[in-house]
Design a protein around this ligand. Structure first.
Ligand code: BGC
Length: 367
């Protein structure tokens, strides 16, 4: 009945109930939407993260595909998507070394050299832990100024070689050289040919590394001062200038025997060394003639720094003085363009990469 207060109250009560219900409905709908949008945000964030991780591998994959496309006859590989990788710690870039100084700060000067101490390859190995197989070394704190191959002509002189390795390895390391030691062993019992073995050493060492300097050393000569650096100079160098055998002086001004150094360029300028000096003597005089006839001169350290000691020994078998040497030396200028590195022939018998040196055994033929 109109105007009846209980009817109005009932209506009001119903309206209130409806409003409360609507409120609950609104809250429910809001909660549902909120929860669903939360799930969506988490999924989005995860997706973004995996995309970020995948950037690098994708670039690499592109490069790989490009490479295969560049290779004729190889079908491009279509990569399957990979699982996202764990991010890796960035790698340290390789340190660019500074050049070593002109004069090594590690040099000590005069050295005591004796040949009566017991010697073994094990001891030498122990004392030179930084050597690489084949008798190779390069300084680890600076970039060496020269790549030096040391060539030793050899046959049946193992005892002398041990002393050479014992004294020279530490000296060469103090001199901060990037070097390798090549012992060129003449196979068989034919007459010895020192200069031809040196040519073989030059050729074989270059097959292994880009050497730009060559030291040619007898196996029985040891420097007595580490300031006598086994490297190359602007002119071919004679290093064994004052040998105990000759009373610590040059036997004659043109003497170029024992230990010498030539850069690759200098060596090629003289067509290498002669191949036809069989037996003892003369080949070093021929090399001297080659050097001077090509307009170069001999550089030498001072008599004090150039002191060296020779291991005493009896004359080797099959290395008798060569009677033809005088005649040959007199004709170096005429013969040097056809006898040398351009006419070298030999056969490698074996190459052994040992701990302290590389031993190359060769058949150099016979006279
Ligand atoms: C020989 C050289 C040798 C020199 C010193 C000369 O007569 O021809 O080969 O190095 O003597 O012994």
């Amino acid at each position: 009945m109109p105007g009846d207060p209980s009817v109005n109250f009932n209506l009001l009560h119903r309206i209130c109930k409806l409003v409360v219900l609507l409120c609950f409905l609104h809250i429910f709908v809001t909660v549902v939407f909120y929860v669903r949008s939360f799930d969506f945000r988490v999924a989005f964030a995860q997706n973004q993260q995996s995309k970020h991780n995948a950037v690098k591998p994708a670039q690499v994959r592109n490069a790989e595909v490009r490479n295969t496309e560049d290779t004729p006859g190889v079908d491009p590989v279509i990569e399957k998507p990979k699982a996202p990788e764990e991010p890796k710690a960035p790698e340290e870039p390789a340190k660019k070394l500074e050049k070593c100084p002109e004069t090594s700060p590690l040099l000590v000067g005069p050295l005591r050299v004796e040949f009566n101490i017991p010697m073994s390859l094990d001891l030498i190995k122990k004392e030179n832990p930084n050597l690489q197989q084949g008798g190779r070394f390069k300084p680890k704190d600076c970039e060496a100024l020269q790549k030096v191959a040391i060539i030793i002509p050899f046959r049946n002189r193992d005892e002398h070689l041990k002393y050479w390795l014992y004294y020279l390895h530490p000296i060469l390391q103090r001199q901060q050289l990037d070097y390798g030691v090549y012992v060129i062993n003449q196979d068989g019992e034919e007459t010895f040919n020192r200069a031809k073995l040196l040519n073989v050493g030059y050729t074989e060492a270059l097959k292994e590394y880009d050497y730009n300097c060559f030291i040619f050393s007898d196996v029985d000569l040891i420097p007595m001062d580490d300031r006598n650096t086994y490297k190359c100079f602007s002119q071919p160098r004679h290093l064994s200038v004052s040998m105990d055998k000759f009373g610590f002086r040059l036997p004659y001004n043109q003497y170029f025997g024992g230990v010498s150094s030539l850069s690759k360029e200098q060596y090629l300028k003289i067509n290498g060394f002669p191949n036809n000096y069989w037996g003892w003597g003369g080949e070093d005089d021929d090399i001297y003639n080659r050097v001077t006839s090509r307009g170069m001169s001999i550089s030498r350290p001072s008599g004090e720094i150039g002191k060296c000691r020779m291991i005493r020994h009896n004359r080797d078998q099959k290395n008798e003085p060569n009677p033809q040497r005088f005649n040959r030396i007199a004709h170096t200028r005429e013969t040097m363009h056809k006898d040398g590195i351009n006419s070298l022939s030999y056969r490698v018998v074996s190459v052994e990469k040992l701990d302290l040196f590389t031993k190359i055994t060769v058949d150099v033929g016979k006279p």
